[in-house]
Design a protein around this ligand. Sequence first.
Ligand SMILES: Nc1ncnc2c1ncn2[C@@H]1O[C@H](COP(=O)(O)OP(=O)(O)OP(=O)(O)O)[C@@H](O)[C@H]1O
Length: 359
Amino acid sequence: MIRFDSVTKTYPGQARPALNDIGVEILRGEFVFLVGASGSGKSSFLRLILKEEKPSKGAIHVLGQDLGSISTRKVPYFRRDLGVVFQDFRLLPNKSVYENVAFTLRVIGKSRGYVQSAVPETLKLVGLDGKGKRMPHELSGGEQQRVAIARAIVNKPQILLADEPTGNLDPVTSAGIMTLLERINASGTTIVMATHEAGIVDQMRRRVIELSAGDIVRDERSAGYDGQTVRDVEVVPRRGSGEPGESGVPDASDATADSDTPAAAPVVTAAAPKVTPEVMRDAEPLYVEPEATDAVTDAAAEITAAATGTIQVDPEQLKPKTKDAAAASEHLTLAERLGLRAPGGPREGDDDQEVGPTK
Ligand SMILES: Nc1ncnc2c1ncn2[C@@H]1O[C@H](COP(=O)(O)OP(=O)(O)OP(=O)(O)O)[C@@H](O)[C@H]1O
C-alpha cells in the first residue's frame, strides 16, 4: 500500500538528509504511529507519501503507483485517495461545518445529490450530527478536529495521513479523536499518524515506526511509545535495502530489523508526552460523545483559537491563477494545500476544470 525503497530526502541547502536511506512497507488496513523527536523526519515522511516533496534518492510506491512516474498534473487525482488531517485543523473559518466538509467534494466535481447524502452521513460518523450549521469558531477544539477528519474522509480515501492530530487538544478530547480514528481504521482505511503522544501510542498498541535524525531506529508491531526517557528508547539497527515487493506481505517478525546489521548508536529522543497512559485509561470508554468534549479548558480553547486564527483564507488566493508554478506555490489556496487541485490549476467555471470521478 505504501512502500519506501531506499528513500533519502535532503532539502536544498541542508547538509544532513531529513530522511536517510529509508526502507519500509505499510500494508493495507494498518494503523501505524510515526514517532520521534522534533526534526526526526516525521512530517517529511508524510509529505513524501503525499507527493508534496520528491525523494532525493530512492522510490516510493503508494496504492500501487510509483510516485516518480505521476505527472504534476495528475497529482490532484492521486491525492483523492488520500485524506490528510493536521494539528491545526485548517478549516475554512467563514464556512459552516457542512460547507467545510462539502467543499472537498465540490472541488472534485461530485454531484449535488452525492454531496447531500455524503456530508450528513460523514458528520454523523464523526459524532457531529446536527452541527452542520455551526461555524468553526462555535465548536470546541475536538469538534473542529472532527470536522477536519470528516473533510478528510468524506471522499472515502484508502489512506488517512494524520500529522499530530491531537497536538492542540486536551487529553480527554484527544482520546475521543483517537477512538474515532480507530473506528475509521476498523472500516478498512489505512492510517499513518505522526505523534509525540506517548500515552496514545502506549494505549493503542499498534505498529510503531520510530525515526531519529532521519533513520528508522525502531519498527515494531503492537508496540508502545517506549521512549519516556532517553535511556529507555529501544535501539534497532536500520533495515537494509531489499524490501519485499508490492505483493510481498511481511509477517510480524519481518517488521523488526535484520539481525546481522551493525548496531546503531543510541537514540536520543526529546519527546515530551502530554497524554499519559493513565489519562488514556481514565478516558474509558474511549469514545467520548462530542457533547462531553464541549467543556474544553480555557487553555485548550486558547490554543485552538491561536491555531485556527492563523488559517485565514485570502480571497485573492481563491481567484484563478496563472500556471506559473513558482508563483502558484507562493500563494496556495486551501484546495491546493489539501492536494485537491493542482497549484495554479483551473477553477470552477473554467472550461477545462479538472472534475469528475477519480477512477
Ligand atoms: N522545507 C524544508 N527545507 C529545509 N529543511 C527542512 C524543510 N522541512 C524540513 N526540514 C528539515 O528536515 C528535518 C526533518 O524535519 P521534519 O519536519 O520532517 O521533522 P518532524 O519529525 O516532523 O519534526 P516536528 O515533530 O517538529 O514536526 C529537520 O531538520 C528540518 O529542519
